[in-house]
Ligand binder design. Structure first.
Ligand code: PLP
Length: 445
């Protein structure tokens, strides 16, 4: 309505005057206003409807405004809005039980946080106290959050201005065949050489100094590079051999995104600690956490765990997680995501890759796909440089939006990351738009 659009314009003005935005130079921002959301759709400040193929920040796995989750928040708000973390609360207890039912292996103890970054902070703290060691290994091409330890674990340019050289984090190269650092030509070669590189990194850093190895089970923001199963098993074995705590960051890859409850299931690997957020309640209320294996939980049986938060297991957040997970089970949402990847998104993207010279590679699983855009398929020169944007990328994104699609973009990539609940028709409609928008990238060849 005209009134809503007017309210949106007012909100925009206030935003530009008073709101300080994440990761941005504040002076040059022109943020999109969102006035309404439902299912796979959002309505912008002018009242235009767009298909949300970003799931916001890849978190609305259950779609926008799922009625049973909205209702659970409403009921919980009427009942108890908040309790301190030291007290028992039914919403928290039930959420922990439900999460533990889905986590792999014996990861049955849940420490709740407010989001993904603090989940990783606490996982690293637990690992350091458990092992008595300080160093942590993590991948280049990764994202682990914006707080001090998490941003230093991160292997993307957002770390650079936050890295004072004292984080104790050492970065290594993970497997990424399309842009292989190991001159590999097959996945098996890439896996084996990446493992040798990691083994050598551990040896040269001194295994007895390394508390933890942190990895996204499937790296998300940095490009959805699915690691070979042999690599993930090799990492598990390497950690076991040296007493290194394996932390799987499932903040983006978890809760159905990859077509499984957790992405480590693809590789049949059980980490010692697993961090989650986003999809646990689709971000309707801020929530994250660490799932803890018994041998690490035991470290803190007698000795107090030195960490906590006022909102650990907040009732509104955990009640929304309970409703989310119950709806995901009842509606077969994880199975739907897996089928969408196999039958709709994967096949369509492979056709798109054939048709467009600007597409270097498509890769993914479930509703977790990356389209790698290049200036030249031979040299693989990216359409935007690492860490940056380009007029070409900006034009592709603008072409998507003009045609009614909100994409997720990072450097030279467009990610196809709709809600796990997106319908087959909606997926086709979004991919039609992407297909047409990529003509813009081809034209610049
Ligand atoms: N870990 C991964 C893999 C993520 O993708 C993100 C967010 O995008 C985070 C951690 C940080 O989560 P949050 O933004 O909730 O702190």
């Amino acid at each position: 309505s005209a009134e809503a659009v007017e309210a949106g314009r007012h909100a925009y003005e206030l935003d530009r005057r008073h709101v300080f935005h994440s990761w941005s130079a504040q002076g040059s921002l022109d943020p999109m206003t969102i006035l309404a959301t439902e299912g796979s759709w959002i309505w912008d400040g002018e009242g235009r409807r767009l298909l949300d193929f970003s799931s916001q920040l890849v978190n609305t796995n259950i779609g926008h405004q799922h009625p049973s989750v909205v209702e659970a928040i409403r009921r919980q708000a009427a009942d108890i809005c908040t309790v301190a973390p030291q007290h028992v609360n039914p919403a928290r207890s039930r959420a922990a039980e439900l999460i533990a039912e889905h986590t792999p292996g014996d990861l049955d103890r849940i420490f709740f946080t407010n989001g993904g970054a603090d989940a990783n902070e606490h996982a690293v703290r637990m690992a350091r106290l458990h092992t008595g060691r300080y160093k942590v290994l993590s991948r280049y091409r990764s994202y682990h959050g914006g707080t001090d330890t998490a941003v230093n674990l991160t292997g993307d340019p957002r770390r650079w201005p936050n890295d004072y050289g004292d984080s104790g984090v050492v970065h290594f190269f993970g497997p990424f065949l399309y842009r292989s650092r190991f001159h590999a030509t097959t996945e098996e070669e890439e896996s084996q050489r990446a493992l040798e590189h990691l083994e050598e990194t551990v040896r040269l850093e001194g295994p007895e100094n390394i508390a933890a190895l942190v990895l996204e089970s499937i790296p998300g923001t940095s490009g959805i590079m699915i690691p070979p199963t042999s690599y993930m098993r090799g990492v598990r074995e390497l950690c076991d051999r040296h007493g290194i705590v394996l932390i799987a960051d499932e903040v983006m890859a978890g809760f159905g995104r990859s077509g499984r409850w957790f992405s480590v299931e693809h590789f049949d690997v059980v980490p010692d600690l697993l961090t989650f957020a986003k999809g646990v309640n689709s971000g309707y209320v801020p929530l994250g956490g660490v799932a803890i294996s018994p041998h690490i939980a035991e470290t803190f049986d007698q000795r107090p765990y030195p960490g906590g938060l006022t909102y650990s297991g907040h009732p509104l957040a955990t009640a929304s997680a309970v409703a989310t997970l119950e709806a995901m089970e009842a509606e077969g949402i994880v199975e739907h995501a897996a089928r969408l990847g196999e039958e709709t998104i994967g096949p369509r993207l492979r056709k798109i890759a054939e048709r467009h010279p600007s597409v270097g590679e498509v890769r993914g699983t479930g509703v977790f796909w990356a389209v790698e855009l290049v200036k030249d398929p031979e040299t693989k020169e990216p359409l935007a440089p690492y860490g940056g944007s380009s007029p070409e990328m900006a034009q592709v994104i603008a072409a998507c939006k003009e045609r009614g699609l909100l994409p997720f973009a990072n450097f030279n990539r467009i990610h196809v990351v709709p809600p796990c609940t997106v319908s087959v028709d909606e997926a086709h409609a979004g991919l039609d738009i992407l297909d047409a928008a990529l003509d813009v990238a081809d034209a610049m060849h």
